[in-house]
Design a protein around this ligand. Structure first.
Ligand code: ADP
Ligand code: MG
Length: 334
């Protein structure tokens, strides 16, 4: 293997991360989860996450408003914080801008950042500003806190657990497709585009789930269930069975998919950028936890499958029959 495109994003991270994972002090969790975990004291931990967005790779400047781009840039970091059950506290923003950038565009970008900071009680505490040759580059770090005994890792899934997600998936992936294919935006398709450009981090939901002992592993879905379930499987050394007909799909996505003859189940699990939570729950407690969740948030979460032994690999079922998927979730470089 000589080129990065052969190795892929996850292959690369695996390749260099080993040497940095050895000799981590007790209580530290390094590369491999949604946030790094750094102990503060016996009870509390610091949670740190970072994400980078590059123009033409993660967004097209003529397909997203500056405000929405600001909002999304910080929201995707808050989503990683939510995935650990943490409470976000501070953010650092580094931005590379071409010299010809419009001041109005930059002002609106920061308005988007500010709206999220205000909504989630996060302070923008620093960053860096540089000139970029031709494209906008955005990197955000979010720092938060968690309770050591409650923080949820990708590595804690157990055989027999029920796999759940807390929102419809596929809307964002379909929204991106609508943008890329320049499809008309009516009420339904416009909604899907909004779901793509303006995701919502499930911070309160993540914190609530973190407080339940029988919620074992948790992560946010950024690359699509089909890709992200592999991260869970590798971290927890387990297999998984996913029932495609149980994966929650919005009425808007059903209608738009019918209109364009898209395979709605495929979009749902491979679309990516859903930024909702995927978590595993001890089977005996799912009903009770679901009841509590519905009472708290006035909406349900959805059971989509079951954790299996490692040698089972990944199985997709449709109407109880095993099924192969054609498309795969996002992997940069491939
Ligand atoms: P997420 O989608 O939750 O943001 P990623 O798939 O981007 O997570 O990254 C997986 C893990 O690899 C995370 O723990 C992340 O911090 C780590 N990681 C990714 N790129 C790098 C890098 N260049 N150096 C160190 N750690 C990295
Ligand atoms: Mg994540």
């Amino acid at each position: 293997m000589t080129s990065l495109s052969e190795l892929g994003e996850f292959g690369l991270i695996k390749r260099f991360s080993k040497q940095f994972l050895q000799k981590l002090p007790r209580g530290y969790t390094g590369i491999g989860d949604d946030c790094a975990i750094i102990p503060i004291n016996e009870k509390e931990v610091l949670l740190v996450t970072t994400d980078m967005l590059i123009e033409d790779s993660h967004f097209l400047k003529n397909k997203i408003s500056a405000f929405d781009l600001g909002l999304k840039s910080i929201m995707v970091n808050l989503s990683d914080m939510a995935a650990m059950g943490g409470t976000p506290d501070s953010a650092f923003l580094s931005i590379g801008l071409p010299a010809g950038s419009e001041i109005k565009w930059i002002d609106n970008f920061f308005k988007g950042i500010k709206s999220v900071c205000d909504e989630y009680g996060v302070y923008l505490m620093g960053g860096d500003t540089t000139k970029s040759p031709d494209r906008v580059v955005i990197n955000i770090v979010v720092i938060g806190k968690g309770i050591q005994s409650e923080v949820k890792k990708r590595s804690a899934a157990k055989t027999g657990d029920i796999i759940c997600v807390n929102d419809f998936v596929g809307d964002s992936g379909a929204g991106l497709r609508i943008l890329l294919e320049n499809l008309p935006q009516d009420r339904d398709s416009g909604w899907l585009v909004k779901r793509h450009n303006c995701p919502r981090a499930n911070v309160k939901e993540g914190q609530w789930l973190a407080g339940r002992k029988d919620v074992h592993a948790m992560m946010d879905i950024s690359d699509g269930i089909e890709s992200d379930i592999h991260r869970l499987m590798e971290s927890s050394n387990i297999g998984a069975e996913i029932e495609l007909d149980r994966v929650p799909i919005s009425a808007e996505l059903f209608r738009v998919s019918a209109k364009y003859s898209w395979n709605v189940h495929e979009i749902a699990v491979t679309g990516g950028e859903d930024y909702c939570l995927m978590f595993t729950v001890a089977e005996r407690s799912v009903d009770k936890i679901l009841q509590g969740y519905e009472k708290e948030f006035k909406r349900p979460f959805y059971r989509i499958g079951k954790i299996k032994e490692a040698n089972a690999g990944l199985i997709f079922l449709y109407n109880g029959r095993s099924m192969a998927l054609k498309k795969h979730g996002w992997d940069h470089f491939k």
